[in-house]
Design a binder for this molecule. Sequence first.
Ligand SMILES: [Zn+2]
Length: 282
Amino acid sequence: MPNITKNIDFNMEVDVLTSATVANVVNSILEFLLYQRNQIPFVYKTLKHYTQLWEDQSQDDEVTTVRQFNINRQRDLVKTTKDSISEMRQLIHTSFQNNIIKRLRFLFGTTTLTPREAYTIHIPTESIAIKHYYEHHQMSPAALNKALVNLVTTQELYDIFTHDLNTTNVYLELEMVDDINAINSSRMFRKTISQLPQSCKDIHFHLLHVSSANFENNSLKCCKELKIFEDSEILEVTEDCANTSNDTSLEQKQDQLEWYESEVIVRGLKDKTVHGMNMWRK
Ligand SMILES: [Zn+2]
């Protein structure tokens, strides 16, 4: 049986695309997948909220019953999963800060060699502007939500999402330019990319930059190198702003692209009740 391969476009509607915006989008897709593919019982934000709540409570709580002990044990598992998601998110952020990333993928399965589902995200490196500040060009939460809701209603994903996935491990692999300094400090190791098993569902998200209408005004106000362009014709300035990308650097470094695997693994979380007691409530 051949792999089931799906290609899905993911629009990033923002005036200027920065690497931090792409990292945010990737992290949102990670959260989306973890929840949609049954690896966490609530969305990540809610999970974070609960663990914070328990931390505050546990200050003045004494463990006096077996039941409370069991509940605490379950809550520790929740915290571990929450912490690993947070670590993976951080790793994605720093990777986009320090490296040129071409593709990355999330593997859902017992090992990286035996994934059940693989989600590869293709990064439009040529659209990423490097002379702009992220703070000035954030993708609005509404635009991000719209793109995520589009995913839910995509027929290709619907076919996959209607089949439940048991709790399993989620791995992160990144294809990026080999920058030893940046990679040494992170928790990643180089690997030879492995072929997906035939039974693995192979889903590809293609991130696309969609500029909004007011692009020109915004980009000119904050351009780091505005002074350099001051004497230029206005048309040239606009063009320069639109093309302040790192495509040439990736082109030069094409042969340095390597796959890396993250040491950070998210272990899916089963929502258990402990002796009929709901661990989510006190
Ligand atoms: Zn700017």
